[in-house]
Design a protein around this ligand. Structure first.
Ligand code: COA
Length: 538
């Protein structure tokens, strides 16, 4: 029996806190792969856990904003590798001498820091952010190179191993520093992370870099040589010149990297920044306002209030086409003082013609004003049916996609609900290259809802059987539906999407404001270019 004394707000709060317990557990699994045993082995090798190194690398008391933490779980790779915790590579944003930098660190506790397809994807995503916003890159390299059983999936293609070095070379040419600290066995591809750097340091008696390790050398040319004599820090610092510095231990190496970057010009924000004003309501109120049910309607204005500065939402076309136009709320807010245009799916989030047109206009306006955009995604799709089709929902939806694609301003996406179909495109989903894409435990990203997909596929199955003179029983239909629903529930879930890096980070609801402000700050380190849009159909 439902206890009526418990308010909906309390139910919501309890639900999200419980969901976020699962998120916290998943993060712990990512941070501690292999548990105590792996840490003991690391200590025996004279190494510190990578996050300790990153903490030492970044400015004292500054934050390391990690990306893709829950990547790599449930991948089911060949050879019985189910999980690659954290994709075996830590990436994120940290400040070095006051400058935001992109930091990469192989976690040797995960299969010797070797690169699986998801590791490469994570490495490439962090490089893409660095290039897009103009960040120096620091690589803490400790990698056995390609995960050899999957060579065809990690070696030859664009986006595979070679692309890491292509990116390093190009970013270096753009003036973005590529600095490597080698703290372990960097073999073959792993060695190029050292040799492709603008400046590289190696840790004595710990770091090795060679194109082929001792077993390969023996097999190829019959030479017997140990790792130290083949490509240790002494060899590269004193003989080959492949390393520019030799350091006595990992922390000395970290200090060297900080020294190398100490002369970099200070970054500045290319935006007006007002004094930050706390939100009009307590930030934590979002736990109560966000409905526990994924398909329940949202009052998105009240959600925005939880993370926007208390100066309020300056709404654009608030009264336009009531009941249809307000399925998307548009307007300007500030987050920790930084102005941003917000395009937020409201209520059921079904996008009607009027909402699509309003959103398109607003995106263009913000782009012309060089104002960043935040898309708050909670939409199951554009309106379907003959009325909507006849009124041009296809072309107006396409106009929205065109505007989103060509808007050159920094764009962020935050998913707080259904994220389906073309609404994923119009609301700046992954393919539209938002500068940062954040998700929450309420996000469900799939081509359509499980319920809709089950009905579509069921009708096709029925037709197929009918053509063979067979009928589907109700029991068969129910089990068909059930299976698809389960599949969609699994695949739309933020853990599944986070594992595959369809988002950059799954946020706790309480860290939305902080994360959006940080992402805006980083995205505005480069001047905002003007936008041109091509032909609209209107
Ligand atoms: N591909 C697949 N698996 C690899 C691997 C690779 N390139 N390198 C290491 N591994 C696996 C190991 O088999 C081991 O697996 P297990 O935990 O299931 O036993 C795990 O990663 C840890 O490796 P280990 O050798 O115990 O770690 P280490 O810290 O002692 O040594 C290296 C690290 C990188 C020096 C060493 O693993 C090595 O030389 N690997 C081969 C590197 C290579 O030749 N790469 C060529 C890539 S093109």
């Amino acid at each position: 029996m439902v206890d009526k004394s418990i308010s909906q707000e309390a139910i919501n709060r309890e639900h999200w806190l419980k969901e976020e317990e699962h998120l916290a557990q998943r993060i712990q699994q990512a941070i501690n792969p292999g548990g105590e045993q792996a840490n003991t082995r690391l200590a025996e090798q004279g190494k510190r856990p990578v996050r300790e190194l990153i903490q030492a690398l970044t400015d004292p008391d500054s934050e390391f904003f990690e990306l893709g933490i829950i990547a790599g779980f449930g991948m089911d790779y060949p050879g019985g590798v189910r999980d690659v915790p954290c994709a075996g590579l830590v990436t994120g944003l940290g400040k070095i001498h006051g400058n935001w930098s992109m930091i990469f660190a192989n976690d040797s506790r995960v299969k010797a820091g070797t690169y699986f397809p998801i590791t490469l994807k994570k490495h490439m995503r962090a490089q893409a952010i660095a290039e897009q916003v103009g960040l120096n890159c620091v690589y803490i390299a400790d990698s056995g190179g390609a995960f050899l059983p999957m060579q065809a999936d990690v070696f030859p293609d664009d986006g595979h191993f070679g692309s890491m070095f292509y990116n390093m070379a190009r970013m270096s040419a753009m003036g973005l520093k590529q600095i490597t600290l080698s703290t372990g066995g960097n073999t073959a591809g792993g060695a190029y992370i050292v040799f492709m750097a603008d400046e590289a340091a190696m840790v004595a008696n710990l770091a090795y870099s060679f194109l082929g390790g001792p077993p390969l050398v023996k097999a190829a040319i019959g030479e017997e040589v140990d790792a130290e004599a083949l490509g240790g820090a002494e060899v590269h610092a004193h003989l080959s010149g492949g390393a520019d510095h030799i350091c006595q231990d990992q922390l000395a190496g970290i200090r060297k990297v900080r020294e190398i970057l100490s002369q970099e010009p200070q970054q500045r924000l290319h935006s007006q920044r007002w004094e930050a004003i706390p939100p009009a309501v307590d930030e934590e109120k979002i736990y109560e306002l966000l409905p526990a049910g994924i398909h329940q309607a949202i009052d998105v204005r009240s959600i925005i209030e939880c993370f926007a500065d208390g100066v309020g939402l300056q709404e654009y076309k608030r009264d336009y086409a009531p009941g249809r136009g307000d399925k998307i709320v548009t307007g300007k807010i500030r987050i920790k003082g930084i102005p941003v245009g917000v395009v937020a799916a409201n209520n059921s989030g079904i996008i009607f013609v009027e909402a699509a047109r309003k959103a398109t206009e607003f995106i263009i306006r913000c782009s012309l004003e060089r104002m960043p955009l935040l898309f708050v995604q909670n939409s199951p799709g554009y309106m379907v049916g003959s009325e909507a089709e006849h009124r041009g929902i296809g072309k107006y939806g396409a106009d929205m996609v065109r505007a989103v694609s060509n808007a050159q301003v920094p764009r962020l996406q935050l998913v707080i609900g259904p994220d389906n179909g073309a609404a994923n495109y119009g609301m700046c989903g992954r393919a539209y290259r938002p500068h940062f894409l954040f998700s929450t435990m309420r996000a469900r990203t799939s081509v359509m809802s499980g319920r809709s997909a089950a009905e579509v596929l069921l009708s096709l199955e029925r037709r197929k059987r009918k053509s063979k003179g067979q009928e589907m029983t109700e029991k068969e239909a129910a089990s068909f539906r059930d299976e698809l629903l389960k599949k969609y529930e699994l695949e739309a879930h933020p853990f599944y999407c986070g594992a595959r890096l369809f988002n950059d980070r799954v946020l706790f609801l309480g860290e939305i404001r902080h994360s959006l402000a940080l992402a805006l700050e980083v995205s505005l380190l480069k001047p905002v270019p003007g936008s041109t849009f091509g032909n609209f159909r209107f």
